[in-house]
Ligand binder design. Sequence first.
Ligand code: GLU
Length: 286
Amino acid sequence: MTFTTRFAPSPTGPLHLGHAYSAMLAHDMAVAEGGTFLLRIEDIDQSRTRPEWEAQIYEDLRWLGLGWPEPVMRQSERLPRYQEALGQLTAMGLTYPCRCNRADIEAAAGAPQEGVPQFGPDGRIYPGTCRGRQPTDTTGPDVIRLNMEKAVRAADLRSFTETGPDFQGTHALNPDALIAAVGDIILVRRNMGSSYHLSVVVDDADQQITHAVRGADLFEATQIHVLLQCLLGLPTPAYHHHRLIRDDQGKRLAKRDDARAIAKYRAEGVTPQDIRDMVGLLASSG
Ligand code: GLU
């Protein structure tokens, strides 16, 4: 299999130094192995994505010296594929519609108890209010959740290989931790037709990604992705979670950090090699 990496930005704001690092690292790793670097636009949240941000992504990445095969995969064009994967999970009896809003969940969660985690990689751990509902018992734009307890029982759980600096090694999925510290994750967000977790898993498989290169902040979400791969019969790539680029105060960069936007550096006359130096990457050979 060809060594294949990807950069998967959401067009919800300008790319900053952290994105540049992630993209260049994924690109350099593929080039070093004689492999392929792919680009994917993660635009399922149509309320936050803008065509001008997408155009800016292409421009910034080209300016950085990166190239990728066309056509670029865009999640907004793949909703039928996500529905198909959801259908597989529903046929296995693992999904249910949930009509709780944030306030309902807070109220049902009650007072925090010592030693019981409240938040996991998918946000607040769902207290299970709607868990008894059938997939057909839906009145409108509900979210669809995964019944985690049933899911870990249905799956033949695998380990995954991590090659990034902080978590290097083989990681086994822990069913108890998935139930208690992750919980019933959202597979389909309200009015979105999918979720980050479902889409990323289906897309990485369809793009035949062998090495998923991304920020260390997504390490905890990887157990969700590997679980979904097990349930859907999809391959598990190796993961490489890289360090996060931080500002002078040690805070990780966010989309609103316009001061560190690639476009801004460009306008100031900074070169792509300067950007590489800033994030601590060697010159690329490809
Ligand atoms: N779209 C995600 C982001 O911008 C990246 C997803 C991934 O690399 O798995 O943070």
